[in-house]
Ligand binder design. Structure first.
Ligand code: PLP
Length: 409
């Protein structure tokens, strides 16, 4: 087991699902593209061509990690943009096609109730534009049932968008199963001149730990981001299977195969390519280490009375350990933990003075007051056993203090 670095011995970062630091190797790869190799990739001179080569290489690195073709990778600024491009781009493309064919139907989309805001808000926007959206329920572990997806499919369904790993509770969704189901349903649809159903997954929290081969998953669109895998914030990508109709959402130059206009952010693109390469190379080893630390953390935390692990007991990502703590409020726990130099997260968010319970936990059947006690630790490749033991030592005192302050009902 790796020893804690001295400067880290009192600062424990367990919020890696929110963001990660830039890996030194990633930083080294991107640095030359800020100054010496600063060219605009659209220019024919050697500066431009140097930048173009770097982008091509990053595209290949990402395509390789996903089992895709380089031309199927579109760089975006983040996962949110990638998701918006997938949803809005596809819905608009199909609607245009239907309008041309004088079909009076409106495209229908299916997603789940536990998606990240990037998906939910993008769907809400589409609903405001007149598109139809179904939000699938989940069970108490946060799991979508493929049978529910099947039941929700209509002749006008054009997109199913289900996240691969839930960012709050770590539950892994049955992406392969849904992918197979859609493939089966698409065969007669195509023969009957119905639009095929396209399948999108938000793989933001999965890319580092789980298999993301797009053919094995059966997805047509996949979103990812750099800052959860040790690249900087501000870079993401969308995988678009060849033949998937998409209308670009940002007009301008012809960059990214005319799907995302704007001068390419070369250093960040290089960083994303390097980060994916490193993540893929170290996946097995990192997963094993992080899983072991997560198990140790869970075992320690569950010794505290009236604390429950949330998410699926087995179908879970190795880096997320999420709990509901009875009698202690999420944001208060975060503040007291922060006083002890521990970074964690809570699904409940304090907006304009009102505490909003996590939509994920409430969709899983938790009552708002239970959901208010949510506490998420998310591990990363640099965490150590000493750090986990420090959290296990500190947390009971934090909870005891808050429970002591809570009014007795
Ligand atoms: N999807 C999931 C599951 C996430 O966890 C996040 C980030 O928290 C996003 C999407 C949005 O990512 P980005 O910050 O790159 O837009």
């Amino acid at each position: 087991m790796r020893k804690a670095r001295p400067e880290q011995s009192r600062r424990v970062y367990l919020d890696n699902a929110a963001t990660t630091p830039v890996d030194p190797e990633v930083f080294k790869a991107m640095e030359p593209y800020f100054r010496g190799k600063f060219g605009n990739a659209s220019e024919p001179h050697s500066w431009g061509q140097e930048a173009r080569k770097a982008i091509d290489q990053a595209r290949e690195q990402i395509a390789k990690a996903l089992g895709a073709k380089p031309k199927e990778i579109i760089f975006t600024s983040c996962a949110t943009e990638s998701i918006n491009l997938a949803h809005k781009g596809l819905a608009e493309a199909i609607l245009r096609q239907w309008q041309k064919e004088k079909r009076g139907e409106i495209p229908h989309l299916i997603t789940s109730s536990v998606e990240h805001k990037a998906v939910l808000e993008s769907c809400k926007h589409l609903e405001k534009q007149g598109y139809k959206v179904t939000y699938l329920p989940v069970d108490k572990h946060g799991l979508v049932n493929a049978k529910d997806a099947k039941k929700a499919i209509r002749p006008e369904t054009v997109l199913v968008s289900i996240m691969y790993v839930n960012n709050e509770v770590g539950t892994i969704q049955p992406i392969k199963e849904i992918g197979k189901l859609i493939k089966k349903i698409n065969k007669p649809r195509i023969t009957n001149h119905l639009s095929p159903i396209y399948f999108h997954t938000d793989a933001t929290q999965a890319i580092q730990y789980l298999g993301c081969n797009v053919d094995r998953l059966g997805v047509d669109l996949l979103s990812l981001t750099g800052h959860k895998i040790y690249a900087p914030k501000g870079i993401g990508a969308l995988y678009v299977r060849k033949g998937t109709p998409l209308v670009r959402q940002q007009d301008g130059g012809g960059q990214e195969y005319r799907l995302r206009a704007g001068t390419e952010n070369v250093p960040y693109i290089v960083a994303l390519g390097k980060a994916i390469e490193l993540t893929t190379k170290n996946k097995e080893q990192t997963t094993k280490r992080v899983k072991m630390l997560r198990n140790r953390l869970i075992e320690g935390v569950l010794k505290i009375p009236e604390v429950e692990l949330t998410g699926h007991p087995t179908k879970t990502a190795p880096h997320i350990a999420s709990f509901v703590v009875d009698g202690a409020e999420g944001e208060a726990m975060l503040l007291l933990l922060s006083d002890k130099d521990i970074a964690a997260s809570s699904g409940s968010a304090c907006t304009s003075g009102l505490l909003k319970p996590s939509h994920v936990l409430t969709a899983m059947g938790y009552k708002p007051q239970e959901a208010h006690g949510s506490l998420r630790f998310s591990l990363g490749k640099d965490n150590t056993q000493e750090e986990i033991d420090y959290v296990i030592k500190v947390l009971p005192g934090v909870i005891k203090r808050l429970r002591g302050m809570a009014p007795k009902l």
